[in-house]
Ligand binder design. Sequence first.
Ligand code: CDP
Ligand code: MG
Length: 695
Amino acid sequence: MSQFWKPGTEKPRILDDEEGGVLFLSSSFSSSASGYGFANIEKQRQRLPVYKYRTAILYLVETHATTIIVGETGSGKTTQIPQYLKEAGWADGGRVIACTQPRRLAVQAVASRVAEEMSVKLGEEVGYTIRFEDITDADATRIKFLTDGVLLREMMDDPLLTKYSVIMVDEAHERSISTDILLGLLKKIQRRRPELRLIISSATIEARSMSDFFRSSKKHQGLESEDLGPSMEPAILSVEGRGFNVQIHYVEEPVQDYVQASVSTVLLINDQEPAGDILVFLTGQDDIDAVVKMLTEETQNSRKNSSGLIVLPLYSGLSRSEQDLIFSPTPRGKRKVVISTNIAETSLTLEGIVYVVDSGFSKQRFYNPISDIENLVVAPISKASARQRAGRAGRIRPGKCYRLYTEEYFMNEMSAEGIPEIQRSNLVDCVIQLKALGIDNILGFDWPASPSPEAMIRALEVLYSLGVLDNDAKLTSPVGFQVAEIPLEPMISKMILASSELGCSEEAITIAAVLSIQSIWFSGRGVQKQLDEAKLRFAAAEGDHVTFLNIYKGFLHSGKSSQWCHKNFINYHAMKKVMEIREQLRRITLRLGIVLKSSEGDMQVVRKAVTAGFFANACRLEPFSHNGMYKTIRGSQEVYIHPSSVLFRVNPKWVVYHSVVSTDRQYMRNVITIDPSWLTEAAPHFYQQQRQNPM
Ligand code: CDP
Ligand code: MG
C-alpha cells in the first residue's frame, strides 16, 4: 500500500513558520474559546495573521470606496474584519456591518464564532440571516452575516441597502452566481451612495481583475465628487499567510473508485503517521455518507489502531449539534476524520488538520442552453482548488496532502481556474431577480463575467412562457412581481400561484417546502432495503410530489413524532425544517393575497399546478424503450427516472421533473405523471415551437 504513493515534485510551499511553536499552542485553545476566558480570546485574536494589518485595513476602508483583501484561509478575514470595523465605529448610529458568504453553513458557523468571541448572544449584536432563517434583531444587530442570495433579496425592499455602512463580500473567489450579481449591483449602488464601503475578500488572487472591475466605475463618478469622498480607486491588501509546508503525494496509477481509495488512504495515514486530524474532500452527501459508514464500521471492528478515529461528515444541511462536533477539539489520544464537501476548502477553517485527502472532484452545476438542462455533476476541480485543499493541511504544523490522482494528471489535465458559476448555470432565477430590481437591460448589465447570450435567451423565453415577463421583457403584474417576491425557484413560485386558482394551494406549499430541502429521507448506505420498503408505504402512483403529501399527512397524524420518522426512515430534522419553511411560505402567500385552500384529495389539480410551474421540464418515455429511457420534449435529451423516485421502474408515459443529476446517466429527481394536454394548456407559446416533437 505504501508503494501506492509517490511524492510530488512541486516544491512544497515555503512560508513563514517562525512562530510555529506559539501557533501550535494557540491553535489547541482556539476551538473552544468560551472555556478560556476573555484574555485568551483576545490573545488568540491577536495571533491571527490579519491582526498585523488591522490599522492598515481600517485606514484603507476609511479612504477607499472599495478595498480588496486577499488572505489565506484561516488568516482571520471573516471573523476579525467585521469586528475591527465595529470597534472603529462603523456600526455606530444604528448602522450595520454586513458580511456575505456563498454558503449557508458558513454563515451560521462564522456568526456563532464571532458572537462567541464578542461574548454576546447570537441573534443580538451579532446575527445571521439565511433563506428561511433570520437570527437577527432589527434594533440590536450590528454585525450581520448573511448569504449573498439573501442580501440580493433585501435589495428588493431597500434597493440602496441603506442600513449598511460596510458590506464585505467574502469568499469572492468562489464566484457563485449570487456573488457575481451582487458585485454588479453593488458597483451601481456605490455610485449613488459614496459613503458606502465595500470590502471584497477572498482566499486566492483574483485581486487584479476584481480591482479592474471596480475601477471602471470611476468614469461614471464624474469629476464633481473628486477630493470629497473616498477614493474610487480600489485598494488592494494582501494578508501574508502563515501556513506551513505541505508535502504533496500523488497516486502512482489513476484510482478507479475514489470512495474506496479515500477509505484506504485514511486507514493508511492512521496506521503510519503521527497524531493529527484528517480532512477528506469528497463531493456530496452520498459519497460522504458512504465513506463515513465504511470508516465507522472499520473503527467498530477495531482493526488495529482505527478505534481511535472519530469520523464526522461535513456538508450543508447538518444540524447545529452536528456542526458543533466538527469544530470541537479532538480529545487526547483520538484522531478526528472529517469527510467534507468543498465547503472546507476555503469557507470554514478546521483546527488540528494535518492530513488532507483530496479526491480531485466536487459537485458542480452545469447548464447546457442547447439541451436546456441544468445538471449537478461530479466534475474535476481546478488546480487552484487543489492547492487550496492541500493548504488545509498546513495550518498548525507541516502537513501532508494525498491526492487521489496522478501528478501527470495534475500538471497536464487540470484546468488552472474554475469557471464562474454564472457561466454554467440556468439563468432563470438570476434574470427574474434583476428584473425585480428594475434592471431591464440584462445583457448590458455590468457583469464581473458575462453569462452566455444563449443561456440568457433561454431564460427570457422560459420566463415569458411562465407568464412572468411580458412582450417587452418586463415583469408582469401581478404574476411576475409575485413570483419574484416568493423566495423560491421561479418554477416553484409559479406552481404556488397556479395552485391558488386550481384550489390546491395548501398542497402546493407543502410540496414547495419539501422541494426546498435536500431530502426528507434518512440517508445512509446499507439501509437501502428498509428505505425502499418505507417508501412503498407512502408511494403514490402519481409520483414523488404526491408521495410527499402522504408523508406530510402521516407526520402530522403522528403528532410530529420523531419515533414515527425513525420507524419510517424519514429524517426528523428535515421534516421539522419542512414545517418551518411551510409556515413561512404560508405567511408569504397570505401577504400576496393567496387564499389557502386544500383540494381535499383531488390529486389531478395538484398535478396540474405542478405542470403549470414545471412544463419546461416535461419528458416522454421513448416508445420502444426497454430501459426506461425518456426524452425531454424541449431538447430531445435522454433522461432516466432516478432510482430514489417512487416512479423508478414504473416508467409512466409522460412526466415532469424537478431537477436533473448526472452520474452514469442523466437522472430526473422528483418526478410526477402528467397528461400531455396540460402542457399546451399551461404554456401554449412554449410548446407551439416544438415542431420536431409533435405531441
Ligand atoms: O476567513 P478566514 O479564512 O481568513 O479566517 P476565519 O474564518 O476568520 O478564521 C480565523 C480563525 O478563527 C481560524 O483560524 C480558527 O482558528 C478560528 N475559528 C474557529 O476556531 N472556529 C470557527 N467556527 C471559526 C474560526
Ligand atoms: Mg473566511
